[in-house]
Design a protein around this ligand. Structure first.
Ligand code: UDX
Length: 434
């Protein structure tokens, strides 16, 4: 089957490469000629483990190609996925649907064969209806249907999430669309991945409800961590103790500096806007978004507290800048708020991140980027683990102690054991281990 993806960003590219790997013929389309040129040359526009090799293999096999011409890309395709960005609209936090609407119009104008148009972009409930209206208004004579198929890909684990999904959600009321999408995902059916057919609106809501729920789980354990610090509990034990209950589950109960990234902050906000528009306040999600926002700067203050009396003029080393490991993504990363809080308090900040420093340089121009964790540590009054990259799990702590001015380790991801670190002569501050 021929499949086209309109938009070759994170979601479009990962999905396209995985569809090609299933054996489909895939064309990834993007308006940005520079991006398409780089992709044709085998260069990835994003850092995602395994992606370059997957793309290379499928291009070599003749199953995956790239173009800037939408008309050419969708010619003969039975399924056309819309995978363009839906950023937060400046000023109000609504999802900005201008790219989705523009691409829907362009698909309508260029449709030369029957096709199922599928929104993979994260879009508010009701967007499928609007896409259907726009494509219809283009005057196309071709048969088409519009379905929703949200993605649940985690950055850094996107290929595995795509190939071994917990579930596939397909929202459509159209039998033909259901058949085409069943064929698209047939290789996964055979692996028994649960596939859930719903109405289009339900599918659109599932995506937002899933992200809001996960954001709530994280925020819940973060607040419990704060309480542990005040009362003398250990949040790791509390998380394990509640997570072993099947009804709760152990995942997404890792306390930390607050969630960041391209999805949770933006999607919770957009969901709140949808709720507002429908006079149905989602008070839990409102609280989650607010608590998470304030938590990031609070983490900066936690570091300042660890520095002792007067922070001004002191130096802090931040290890990890990206919002999580195995990505170069800096969007809404807690490190941004932490660094700014420190700088506002007159602290000098040095940092090291295995993949995020190119992007971080422009976002944090006052932070000195170091060649590695040890170079960042030189002369530091405190070393702070902000992102749990594997490279920071087995640091040479003796060396850190020698290079730093003071042996203070603030571990915002709880990757070390308090007793072990303290036994090595460190003042150790972590999350929720009172
Ligand atoms: C998320 C969803 O997991 C994915 O299904 C959706 O499609 C897009 O959004 P992603 O943003 O890539 O994926 O990262 P994820 O691994 O979910 O982590 C999000 C944030 O939550 C990170 O900042 C992470 O550090 C934080 N987090 C996650 C915690 O603080 N604690 C946890 O227990 C889990």
């Amino acid at each position: 089957m021929k499949i086209a993806l309109a938009g070759s960003g994170y979601v479009g590219l990962v999905s396209g490469a995985c569809f090609a790997d299933f054996g489909h013929e895939v064309v990834c389309v993007d308006k940005d000629p520079g991006k398409i040129e780089r992709l044709r040359a085998g260069e990835m526009p994003i850092y995602e483990p395994g992606l370059a090799e997957l793309v290379r293999r499928n291009v070599a096999a003749g199953r995956l190609s790239f173009t800037t011409q939408l008309g050419e890309g969708i010619a003969g395709a039975s399924a056309i996925f819309i995978a363009v960005g839906t950023p937060s609209r400046r000023g109000d936090g609504h999802a900005d649907l201008s790219f989705v609407h523009a691409v829907a119009a362009e698909i309508g104008e260029n449709l030369r064969n029957p096709a199922v148009i599928v929104t993979k972009s994260t879009v508010p409930v009701g967007t499928g209806d609007e896409v259907e209206r726009i494509v219809g208004a283009s005057g196309t004579q071709q048969r088409f249907a519009v379905a929703s198929n949200p993605e649940f890909l985690r950055e850094g684990a996107a290929i595995d999430d795509f190939k071994r999904p917990n579930r596939i959600v397909i929202g459509t009321e159209d039998e033909w669309a259901r058949g085409v999408l069943s064929e698209v995902y047939r290789p996964l059916f055979l692996n028994k991945a649960p596939i859930l057919f719903t109405s289009r609106r339900s599918a659109e809501l599932i995506k937002y409800a899933a992200n809001a729920f996960l954001a709530t789980k994280i925020t819940f354990i973060n607040e419990i961590a704060d309480l542990c610090e005040k009362t003398g509990g250990d949040v790791q034990d509390v998380a394990r103790g509640i997570g072993l209950d099947n009804r709760i589950g152990p995942k997404f109960l890792h306390a930390g500096p607050g969630y960041g990234g391209s999805c949770f902050p933006k999607d919770t906000l957009a969901l709140l806007k949808t709720a507002e528009d429908h006079d149905t306040p989602l008070r839990i999600v409102e609280a989650v978004a607010k608590v998470n926002d304030t938590r990031k700067r609070a983490m900066g203050r936690k570091v300042i507290e660890a520095l002792g009396k007067d922070a001004r003029g002191k130096k802090v080393a931040l290890l990890g800048l990206t919002f999580k490991p195995n990505t170069d993504d800096m969007r809404d990363a807690p490190s941004l708020a932490i660094a700014r809080t420190l700088i506002d308090a007159g602290v000098t900040v040095a940092a090291y991140d295995p993949e995020g420093m190119d992007l971080a340089r422009t976002l944090l121009p006052d932070v000195a980027m170091a060649a590695n964790a040890y170079a960042a540590t030189e002369g530091a009054d405190a070393v702070v683990i902000v992102t749990e990259w594997d490279a920071f799990r087995a640091l040479d702590l003796e060396r850190i102690k020698q290079l730093a001015k003071a042996p203070v380790l603030v571990d915002l991801r709880n990757i070390y054991h308090p007793d072990e670190i303290r036994a090595q002569g460190f003042t150790y501050v972590s999350i929720g281990r009172g």
